[in-house]
Write a protein that binds this ligand. Structure first.
Ligand code: ADP
Ligand code: MG
Length: 299
């Protein structure tokens, strides 16, 4: 360690002060944060330790009063390091919050959806009477999910633009904040892009990954154009696996569940009520239908 008087002299030079270094350091001792530290540790401290630590204390007060921008997000804290007082830097609450938020954002995988959905917060979804049912269900889900990861999701149905995707994005972020991974998938784009997987045989991996996500959101189901294959071997397989493992699954749709049953029955070149019914059974098993109303917020 450097000689204390040298350090103090350097500090004084830098600050162009003429007073005696130790005097300046001693005024630092009067700083409320220093006083609090000294009071907390009074049993372990003695005059020698404090004397030897004056430059550190000075440095500490300087960091509090005129923080170095390099240390942004961290706040200095005194601690007793053997026979000297030392400084450690601890993350500020704001820093911890923003890190938690970033970690949560990384837990959400968006498939064919805009990145801005990562920033939707449930607290910012204004509750109108038409949305209350959905928001209450969402709150109940979050409370239950804390204790049990194998529960039913929700099926938000309502007109275009009422905020279904927005609410589910807020929910996804809250789930990610709790520590779970979420796959948030735009069904029409996903179905339309299935062909791109044929060349590299990656489809079954992709299906497995989606099917096994701890939480899955199927956004805008019913707006896709299905073939028998994409209905039975893609959607059907994913839903079956999630049903077998009771993994929370959410849907948003402009269609009610009954309308969706009809949509499933009609694929590009066939009508098949039986297969549609089987698929709907899975949707109904996995989620509870909730109506979302209100005005169209897109303009
Ligand atoms: P839906 O999925 O029901 O068709 P969206 O969730 O896409 O509707 O919402 C439509 C638009 O309104 C989006 O641009 C979304 O960002 C905005 N929006 C929805 N709900 C809110 C809200 N509570 N506060 C602010 N903007 C909202
Ligand atoms: Mg939507």
């Amino acid at each position: 360690m450097e000689d204390i008087s040298e350090v103090i002299t350097r500090i004084i030079k830098k600050r162009k002060l003429s007073e005696d270094g130790k005097k300046i350091a001693k005024t630092a001792i009067k700083h409320p944060s220093v006083q609090a530290f000294l009071a907390q540790n009074k049993d372990k401290l003695n005059k020698e330790i404090v004397q030897a630590s004056l430059p550190t204390i000075f440095n500490y007060v300087e960091q509090i009063e005129a923080p170095n921008p390099v240390m942004e997000g961290y706040t200095p804290k005194l601690f007793l390091n053997g026979k000297v007082i030392d400084i450690t830097y601890v993350p500020t609450e704001a820093k911890l919050n923003s890190e938690a938020k970033m970690r949560a954002e990384r837990r959400i995988e968006l498939i064919d959806l805009p990145g801005k959905l990562r920033h939707v917060e449930l607290e910012n979804v204004d509750s109108t009477p038409e949305r209350d049912a959905a928001l209450n269900e969402v709150a109940m889900f979050l409370a239950s999910f804390k204790k049990n990861k194998h529960i039913k999701g929700l099926y938000l149905t309502g007109d275009f633009g009422v905020g279904k995707t927005y609410i589910l994005a807020g929910l996804a972020n809250a789930i990610a904040r709790q520590g779970s991974r979420v796959v948030f998938l735009h069904v029409p784009s996903f179905i339309a892009s299935l062909g791109s997987h044929f060349q590299d045989n990656s489809l079954s991996d992709e299906i497995d990954r989606i099917a096994s996500a701890p939480v899955l959101v199927f956004d805008d189901i019913g707006a896709e154009t299905l073939s028998e294959w994409s209905r039975d071997d893609v959607l059907g397989v994913i839903l079956q696996k999630r049903m077998d493992n009771v993994l929370p699954t959410f849907f948003s749709s402009n269609m009610t569940m009954d309308d969706l049953a009809e949509h499933f029955a009609e694929t590009r070149n066939n009508v098949d009520e039986v297969k549609a019914r089987r698929l709907m059974e899975r949707v109904r098993f996995l989620s509870k239908e909730v109506f979302v109303g209100g005005k169209n917020r897109r303009n």
